[in-house]
Structure formats: C-alpha cells, structure tokens
Design a binder for this molecule. Structure first.
Ligand code: SF4
Ligand code: SF4
Length: 125
C-alpha cells in the first residue's frame, strides 16, 4: 500500500492489519452484512485503506466516479464481500464513507447500492 499523505494518517495506522488473502474468494454462505461505500463521501479521498485491509482479493476496487468519470472511487463486489467490517473500521472517521448494511436490503435493490449507479441515502449518525 502506498504511504498515505502526511497529516492524513488515521489513528493506529501502524496497527493496520495485513490483508490475509483467502484460499478462495468464493464465499460459502451469504453474509449477514455487506459493506456499502457512499461514492460522494469516498470521492477524492484516494486513501484506499479499505482496499489495503480487505481480506478478500479484488473485493474492493477502484471504479470511475459516477459524478466525475475521470476520477475514481471505491466499489465493493457484493458477490464476494464476506461482511467482515474491516473496511468500515479503517475508513477514516472524517471520511466515513462505508456502512455495513443488511445483505437482503442491499441485494434486493442492488443497482441502487452499486457504486456506478449509487442512488441511496445512507444513514449517518
Ligand atoms: S466487509 Fe470485509 S470483505 Fe467486505 S468489502 Fe469490507 S473488508 Fe472486504
Ligand atoms: S472508502 Fe474510505 S477507506 Fe476507502 S478510499 Fe474511500 S475514504 Fe478511503
């Protein structure tokens, strides 16, 4: 993972878990939760901590930002996410771009939750 820019180090950055790729990226059962990334909040951050900590290979990838296609934001593969919450934990608090939402809720309206076609209001406390 590239070094983050000075002044942007999240708390406990040095304790970031090293990604542990699984033997297979095919999950054996549906998870209870899926990680949903709000592209508006991820936009322009470029920190990619979520990609660094995700244990599933290629589960989080960079895709063109739906609002600014020359830039990139992160996107979660809902077919491989295992709901481990690592990305939500490590997305910096001041960016706060990831929420864990119920699997059934996301899959039922999948297009609205996919980054390229994102159109839902995620609750932020
Ligand atoms: S919840 Fe876990 S498996 Fe899913 S995208 Fe986040 S880090 Fe990856
Ligand atoms: S989702 Fe969060 S951790 Fe991932 S690149 Fe965007 S701001 Fe950084």
């Amino acid at each position: 993972m590239p070094a983050p820019p000075p002044g942007k180090l999240p708390k406990d950055y040095d304790k970031l878990p090293v990604p542990q790729p699984q033997a297979t990226s095919v999950r054996k059962r549906d998870p209870k939760l899926l990680a949903v990334i709000d592209p508006v909040k991820c936009f322009g951050r470029g920190c990619e901590y979520c990609i660094a900590v995700c244990p599933v290979p290629d589960c989080i990838t960079l895709v063109p930002d739906p609002q600014a296609p020359t830039l990139h934001v992160c996107s979660v593969n809902y077919d491989t996410c295992i709901g481990c919450m690592a990305c939500e934990k490590w997305c910096p608090d001041d960016y706060d771009a990831i929420r864990m939402l119920p699997f059934a809720q996301v899959i039922k309206d999948r297009e609205a939750y996919e980054t390229p076609t994102f159109s839902v209001d995620i609750p932020y406390e």
